[in-house]
Design a protein around this ligand. Structure first.
Ligand code: PMP
Length: 373
């Protein structure tokens, strides 16, 4: 790819693609948004990097903004979703060491995705990976999503936290039930465990509210953000409640923690998400897109249309491989994603319009028709 603007990408041969993958839910404002360009150029003429020993101005402003719009008090910045989750796991382990007699086990869900570092691969509920990269990092126990009995049965004296995506993204767009999250919150309160919400994919408007946890009426103790927070600039964050201010200097960090360019980028992107009320826009466009997908469902035997906001998926009729559909759409100038061999996931930039959704539906209809003959 060579160039991007709004909902479109152009490759080096000048071919145009309508982007319903959005850089894997990263380009929240679309491609090459002016606010991101302006923030990066302003900051790069002021200060590109000092060192993680110093705070910087956009870092303070950005931390304040993130704590103002969420239920959290403390922010720690990293560059990727995996690192934000590593930070959350280390914080939960320190909490377990200090407050729970050394408990360190974290319960995560089958079908989950938390990243590709060794620890996050071990936290992730994809068994086939681990067979290839043994030995896994100990301290993670997997339970099926939405099974309250299995969750309670898995909690023991060595447990320090429960970690989950409120909507599993890479796993194929599967939502946690409201009653399940309620039970998790209750279990955490009863046993003094931490609830970690991995909102790397769902956060900052993607599911139609600023954060997915808001829709459930519960508050996690720790939340991780990534992807859309930088609008394409590599940036992630861990947010936590005041009482979890447990890291001492040197416990967690890195050369690029709170790096000024990333801070200026994130600040500009999140301000724009707020100013344009993109969570509400995502909710509205998500409903429209769902309705349009339903209108194709009977003709092409699409089923299990699911998801919230602009994190949507559907299953294909048996015999039709999602890889084949993705490849044909790409050849025709439409980008969609296949999280599973028989399902398609859509996660366009949050700024997508109804006209762009109509264009996409037309192209999808065309490709499905071509594959059905
Ligand atoms: N958590 C979730 C929910 C994700 O979807 C992802 C990325 N797909 C990650 C963590 C890992 O983020 P990164 O690839 O930036 O390390």
């Amino acid at each position: 790819m060579e160039r991007g603007e709004g909902m479109y990408l152009w490759d080096t041969e000048g071919k145009r693609y309508l982007d319903f993958v959005g850089g894997w839910a990263v380009n929240s404002l679309g491609h090459s948004p002016a606010v991101l360009h302006e923030a990066l150029s302003r900051q790069s003429s002021l200060l590109v990097h000092a060192s993680p020993s110093f705070y910087n101005k956009p870092m303070l402003e950005f931390s304040r903004l993130l704590t103002d719009i969420s239920c959290f008090d403390k922010v720690f910045f990293t560059s990727t979703g995996s690192e934000a989750n590593e930070s959350a796991v280390k914080l939960a382990r320190k909490y377990g060491a200090l407050k729970l007699d050394g408990a360190y086990e974290i319960i995560t869900m089958t079908g989950s995705f938390h990243g590709r570092t060794l620890a996050m691969m071990s936290a992730t509920g994809k068994p086939h990976w681990k067979q290839l990269f043994e030995p896994k990092v100990p301290g993670f126990r997997h339970v099926p999503l939405n099974d309250i009995d299995a969750l309670f049965a898995a909690i023991h004296s060595g447990t320090c936290a429960i970690m989950l995506e409120l909507v599993q993204g890479e796993g194929g767009v599967h939502e946690a039930n409201e009653s399940y999250l309620y039970a998790i919150r209750k279990a955490c309160d009863m046993y003094g465990l931490l609830l970690i919400a991995d909102e790397v994919q769902t956060g900052l408007g993607r599911t139609g509210s600023m954060f997915a946890y808001e829709r459930y009426g519960i508050e996690p103790d720790i939340m991780t953000l990534g992807k859309g927070i930088g609008g394409g600039f590599p940036l992630s964050a861990m947010l936590a409640k005041q009482e979890l201010d447990l890291f001492d200097a040197g416990d967690q960090g890195g050369t690029y923690t709170g790096q000024p360019l990333g801070m200026a980028a994130g600040l500009a992107v999140v301000q724009e998400i707020i100013t344009r009320n993109l969570p509400e826009h995502a909710a509205k466009q998500g409903e429209y897109l769902t309705g349009q997908l339903r209108s194709l469902a009977v003709k092409h035997q699409l089923h299990h249309i699911r998801g919230k906001g602009l994190l949507l998926a559907f299953d294909l009729p048996s015999g039709l491989s999602s890889d084949k559909l993705v490849a044909l759409c790409r050849d025709n100038g439409l980008l969609i994603n296949a999280p599973q061999p028989s399902s398609i996931r859509l996660m366009p930039p949050l700024v997508v319009t109804a006209a762009e959704i109509d264009e996409m539906i037309g192209m999808l209809d065309h490709a499905l028709t071509a594959l059905s003959v």
